[in-house]
Design a protein around this ligand. Sequence first.
Ligand SMILES: [Zn+2]
Length: 308
Amino acid sequence: MAEAAAPRLSWGIGAPEGLLTPPGGPATAPEGRYGAAGREVKLFLDGGDRCALSLPAYALGGLTVQALRQCTATRHFGPLRDALRRRTRLHGRRLDIAYLRYPDHALTGLLDQYLAAGFRVRMHALGNLAARQAAQALRTIGAEPGAAIIDHLVLLDPVTTELVAAGGAWATYQPGFQTAFGPQITAAGTDRHLAVLGGRQLLDSGVPLALASDYPAGPLDPLENLRSAVHRTLPYGRVIQPAQGLTPTEAVRCLTTAAAGSLGIPAGGLTPGERADLVICDDDPFGQDSRVVQTWVGGRVVWHEERP
Ligand SMILES: [Zn+2]
């Protein structure tokens, strides 16, 4: 695949048993190629479908109402049954939804082993509890800045974001998740308590930030992801937390040079001497109707629109 691919490909490993199982450490990692960006492993701190979250205690009402509404809409008890089975814990005024898959010490140990063996470690953290655990683990072992990546960071609070910044990892988020999961998040009222895909909060805290699609979990189209990072639109023309939007320049940088940097591939942007991987649009890429008309990889046109 890597030989045929333009643009370049790279890949990471996980546990062969599936994403719910912790991988067995660097000694069990396959030899061989990992593509253009070196050896990488992904650890799921929470998710796929479960968030490790910390909310104000009064948020419980909204979550229960959402489950009841879903029951009515689907004429099925499943949503309420799931809500009652949520691993919720009250700590004073905080409500923790505790779907962390690793005890702290297990995560720290595994992270330390993979980093020492030269792997880039990618940590999947949807909720703020998982993001905090990732950041604290990095600080505990004294990881080098940029040695790890924290993926997704769908729901954040300012204190967690500061911890993520102090942990020194790259962060990625998927603006297209807005359309995929935004309605679900607003229906539960979670957007009243936490930053949703808080690009602005992350950048302002000094977190090195990359944009990604996470396709097929989010939409693949890079232009759609760019526009979502700036315009913050939900289906039916609604907007979610517009103050978390990036400027167009920030969004382009996060999707291109920063994304390359997060994979250890330094890229200086549109500069003489840089490798020319770029696209040309027929209009403002942030306008709703603009399209890519040329794709360049390594200084050559690999695709262009057929003009009639
Ligand atoms: Zn992930």
